[in-house]
Design a protein around this ligand. Structure first.
Ligand code: GAR
Length: 209
């Protein structure tokens, strides 16, 4: 499946977050350069406390919050999230620390243009506690993975990976922070390429021309 770049306008990004939003901040900063080729049109969260919401509103970007608890079922939440994202007409949807698995309605609408950044080298250590598990396992190299989301847990086609060394004296915090530096750079670089050049998805193989 080929996704062509948006013709004559910046690529429209909707970014989903749950936390501090350091990846979002990097994207917002990159988008201030017209040559980057993308613009963040909305930021969505699953909790009011997500610090990145303020970053977005300070940058004049629309925000929305869909809390799972506010909906009678997980499917109802999935439908609402899908509609709120779709309202902003995104070309690309980015999970930047969005700590919820989306459901079938969302994937039906956005699969192939919904990407996620994860803080290990997948397929090792998927899930919520990757850096801690990598440290406990004793790996010497870990990193960050950018991938297209599918119905599994951190299991979709991989777009890019960056290796990060584990130091002998690392704790979870120091390792997580070192990964985040590489993760942000990778996210900004790769989203810019997707925005400007489009991409092709063929099974698990991703090509950016
Ligand atoms: C990122 O490091 C991302 O890899 C991680 O949350 C962080 C969000 O940071 N995601 C996961 O752990 C999901 N499995 P941020 O809010 O500062 O951008």
């Amino acid at each position: 499946m080929r996704y062509a770049p948006a013709a004559g306008r910046p690529c429209r990004l909707v970014v989903l977050i749950s936390g501090t939003g350091s990846n979002l901040a990097a994207l917002l900063d990159a988008c201030t350069d017209p040559a980057y080729g993308a613009t963040v049109v909305a930021v969505g969260a699953d909790r009011e406390s997500a610090g990145g919401l303020k970053l977005a509103s300070d940058a004049g970007v629309a925000t929305f919050v869909d809390r799972v608890k506010e909906y009678p079922t997980r499917d109802a939440w999935d439908l609402a999230l899908t509609e709120h994202v779709a309202e902003h007409g995104p070309d690309l949807v980015i999970s930047a620390g969005f700590l919820k698995l989306v459901g079938p309605v969302f994937l039906d609408r956005f699969e192939g243009r919904y990407i996620n950044t994860h803080n290990t080298l997948l397929p090792a250590f998927p899930g919520m506690d990757g850096p801690r598990e990598a440290l406990e396992y004793g790996v010497k190299i870990t990193g960050a993975t950018l991938f297209f989301v599918d119905a599994g847990m951190d299991s979709g086609p991989i777009l890019a990976q960056a290796a990060v060394p584990v130091h002998q004296d690392d704790d979870v915090e120091t390792l997580t922070e070192r990964i985040k530096v590489a993760e942000r750079a990778q996210l900004v670089e790769c989203v810019g390429r997707l925005a400007r050049d489009g991409w092709t998805l063929s099974g698990r193989r991703v090509t950016i021309p």
